[in-house]
Design a protein around this ligand. Structure first.
Ligand code: SAM
Length: 205
């Protein structure tokens, strides 16, 4: 890792806060801030977390849902297990059908919320990274159609760029309300934003 990057990270407010508050990643604060404003995860909810490693969002969501809820984290990488029986994690590629089948098998019922912070390995070539990120967001959206209950919520990371508008339009077809969010914990210089789809519509088959 480049030295400057390591130094930047050490100076970073949310990085330090995450270490002090024992969150597995600074990304936790992005979810905390978004939920504080829009209240889209509730006590007792069933939640799917896509691209969940190392588990910072799981830590946040599990506190909200409590032991009447259930959360399933999915990532290409293994996630250090959580002791609570209502927190499950699996290693899987969210772009593969087999992973969706595994998710459906493990859910106690349809999900109330799907969250996705999944992001590709960054190549540094902006167009490539944007396109790969939108592909993952698209994949998360498709998983949400198959796993969410009617009126469920969907929260997903995207990178700004040419393909974003089309993606937002797709979300608008399926969710009654779509919000574009840039949490304070998301670095201002990053093109990352989050999209929140509230209230999944019941579409005709
Ligand atoms: C920014 S990290 C997620 C951080 C997490 N929200 C947290 O708070 O700890 C993005 C994750 O997306 C995962 N990812 C990327 N492509 C994936 C795929 N096709 N299937 C599953 N996970 C994927 C990566 O392995 C990485 O762990």
């Amino acid at each position: 890792m480049p030295k400057a990057w390591i130094q930047d990270r050490k100076r970073d407010y949310y990085y330090k806060k995450a270490r002090e508050e024992k969150y597995r990643s600074r990304a936790s604060y992005k979810l905390i801030q978004a939920v504080k404003k829009y209240d889209f995860i509730k006590y007792g909810d069933v939640v799917i977390d896509l691209g969940a490693a190392p588990g910072g969002w799981i830590q946040v969501a599990k506190r909200i849902i409590g032991n009447k809820g259930f959360i399933l984290g999915v990532d290409l990488k293994p996630i250090e297990p959580f002791p609570q029986s209502y927190v499950r994690t699996i290693v899987g590629d969210m772009t593969e059908r087999e992973t969706l089948e595994q998710i459906l098998e493990l859910l106690p019922r349809k999900a109330d919320v799907v969250i996705s912070d999944a992001s590709p390995n960054i190549s540094g070539i902006w167009e490539v990274d944007h396109a790969r990120q939108i592909d993952l967001a698209q994949q998360a959206l498709e998983i949400s159609y198959e796993t969410l209950r009617p009126h469920g919520n969907f929260f997903v990371k995207a990178f700004q760029g040419d393909l974003l508008d089309d993606f937002i339009q797709k979300m608008r077809k399926h969710f009654q309300t779509v919000k574009i969010i840039k949490p304070a914990a998301s670095r201002a210089k990053s093109s990352e934003i989050f999209l929140l789809g509230l209230n999944l519509r019941q579409l005709p088959d």
